[in-house]
Design a binder for this molecule. Structure first.
Ligand code: FAD
Length: 511
């Protein structure tokens, strides 16, 4: 037992980051530590962030959240991956589907055999070896069936599209039920201890002081504590990720929701489309150095599936990260700790990993420097690897004729990404370092999808006979097709889930 345990945690901010943190800490710490959260309805939240990646299911499981309840409360749909339109070249499309690919043959990754056949001119469609991609193409969905561990139906890997406002509300109910105390109010000042520069309290507009031992800065882009009070530095990545603005607008749904996010390249950025149960979320992410706000807004409104349901909202940001997201007794989680790009839906995931890291290095009031140093080192590694993956999408293009894409295509790359591309280009190798978010098959799909050619493949892929490799690939593709045929339509699956959850709730209520 520590002699100086943390007694009070103050979370500043009640967006997705604030409430995810409050929910996870209240579940993990029980009532051993008082948790207070302050947020301001006047300021509000960023209001976007509706596309997730599969690791969110681990977060929900750790919190003991029931999937049907979650899907109902957040008006969620399922997500099997992201479809990229017009990125490699206008008119092209490919998908980054979650989960496994193919079936390994011998000691090598599946993709080396695919590359061998591709080089022989016999293989072009990588997607037919992914159960997620095959299901997405036909708008089908079911979750992985654990009873079918040897079938691709046991490999389906899903995430969700959620309504951001409803998600924060859902987590708030969860956290408050576990003792988190919410205070409505505006933080106007931070009181520092003279002895060590730690935060002693935050002052609210009406004068109240909220004291704490540990402060979590979830104040979004304002970064009230980590930036203004702690002065933690900022690493700017805008030269690699030049998009710095977005117009966001919801619109009426048109037809069945798709089980994937769509990201369509535009002349100075790209547009997202996220189908929920009750509406479609849209946004146009663009570089203000290459397009003015009005032009960007016009492009967004001209490319909606249905009537807009609100006035478009303009958001500004800059790609980069805090050099020290944990400084003294302040830990920044969410947008206050940095932001890259919404393109691969990594931001909510990074909130989740920051919470997990905080729990792994949970401090006492001595705040050992070694703990925060390691926390910061791990955060940097995570952000840099995700950054490289995002840069790849912009750089790997044959689009010409617009200043934005010309810049992206010709820009100098970080050394870490350059090294990866060389490994791929020579022998189709993809190396994932421990702890990196994106898997080999994630990189594979983007590299192939955006037309970066590998001039060779693993030498050992030539060991099996040509016919054996051809039969193996054909067999895998045939199994994928058969599996997809038995899957329900995405919309039908959601309706079924919600109906059965309704019946269960009624049954429980009448017991
Ligand atoms: P915010 O939502 O801004 O919350 C900040 C909180 O701090 C609010 O409650 C606010 O009231 C409070 N606050 C601020 N100042 C004060 C003050 N002085 N006093 C009291 N309270 C204060 N992520 C994904 O994973 N997937 C996506 O698809 C995705 N799309 C995105 C698209 C865009 C254009 C952008 C900009 C981001 C996107 N993100 C996405 C990121 C995602 O939106 C955020 O990571 C997530 O919403 C968390 O935000 P936050 O809680 O850190 O900040």
């Amino acid at each position: 037992m520590s002699q100086h345990p943390i007694r009070t945690i103050v979370i500043v901010g009640g967006g997705t980051a604030g409430w995810m943190t409050a929910a996870a800490l209240s579940k993990t710490l029980g009532d051993s530590i008082a948790i207070r959260l302050v947020e301001s309805d006047d300021i509000g939240t960023v209001g976007v962030g509706e596309s997730t990646i599969p690791m969110i299911r681990r977060f929900n499981q750790a919190l003991g959240i029931d999937e049907a309840d979650f899907v109902r409360a957040t008006r969620a749909t399922y997500k099997l991956g992201i479809e990229f339109c017009d990125w490699g070249h206008e008119g092209e499309r490919y998908m980054h589907g979650f989960g496994r690919f193919g079936q390994d043959l011998g000691a090598l990754d599946f993709h080396h055999y695919w590359l061998r056949q591709h080089h022989a001119g016999k293989e072009h469609d990588l997607g037919r070896y992914s159960i997620n991609q095959m299901a997405a193409r036909t708008n089908r969905f079911m979750p992985a069936d654990p009873a079918l561990a040897n079938s691709p139906l046991g490999d389906i890997t899903h995430a969700y599209h959620v309504d951001a406002g409803l998600y924060a509300r859902y987590l708030r109910t969860y956290a408050e039920a576990r003792g988190v105390r919410r205070t409505e109010g505006k933080v106007v000042d931070t009181v520092l201890r003279t002895a060590d520069g730690h935060v002693d309290a935050v002052r609210l507009q009406h004068g109240e002081l909220l004291h704490g031992d540990l402060f979590i800065d979830c104040s979004g882009f304002r970064a009230l504590l980590i930036g203004a009070a702690m002065g933690s530095g900022w690493e700017d990545w805008r030269h690699w990720l030049p998009c710095d603005s977005a117009w966001a607008v919801p619109c009426a749904s048109a037809g069945e929701p798709l089980p994937y996010t769509r990201a369509t390249a535009r002349p100075a950025g790209w547009q997202w489309r996220i189908g929920l149960q009750h509406r479609t979320g849209n946004g146009h992410v663009f570089s203000s150095a290459h397009m003015d706000d009005d032009a960007a807004r016009t492009i967004l409104l001209a490319n909606l599936d249905g009537a807009p349901l609100a006035e478009p909202k303009l958001l500004r940001f800059g790609a980069g990260r805090r050099t020290a997201p944990w400084q003294r007794n302040v830990v920044a989680i969410g947008l206050s700790s940095g932001f890259l790009e919404p393109l691969e839906s990594t931001s909510i995931h990074m909130i989740q990993t920051a919470i997990a890291r905080l729990l792994a290095f949970f401090p006492d009031r001595a705040f050992a420097q070694a703990d925060s140093d390691e926390y910061n080192r791990q955060s940097a590694f995570e952000s840099e690897r995700i950054r490289d993956f995002l840069i790849l999408h912009y750089h790997a293009t044959r689009r010409t004729g617009t200043a934005f894409w010309d810049h992206c295509r010709t820009m100098a790359l970080p050394d870490s990404l350059q090294a990866r591309l060389e490994l791929w280009r020579s022998r189709g190798r993809i190396v994932r370092e421990g702890g990196e978010l994106f898997s080999e098959v994630g990189w594979l799909q983007v590299l192939v999808g955006q037309g970066i050619a590998a001039s060779g493949y693993h030498a050992l892929a030539d060991v099996p006979g040509e016919q054996q490799v051809a039969n193996h690939l054909a067999g895998v593709a045939a199994v994928m097709r058969k599996c997809v045929d038995v899957m329900p339509a995405h919309g039908a699956y959601i309706n079924h889930l919600l109906r059965s959850n309704n019946r269960e709730s009624h049954a429980t209520a009448s017991q």
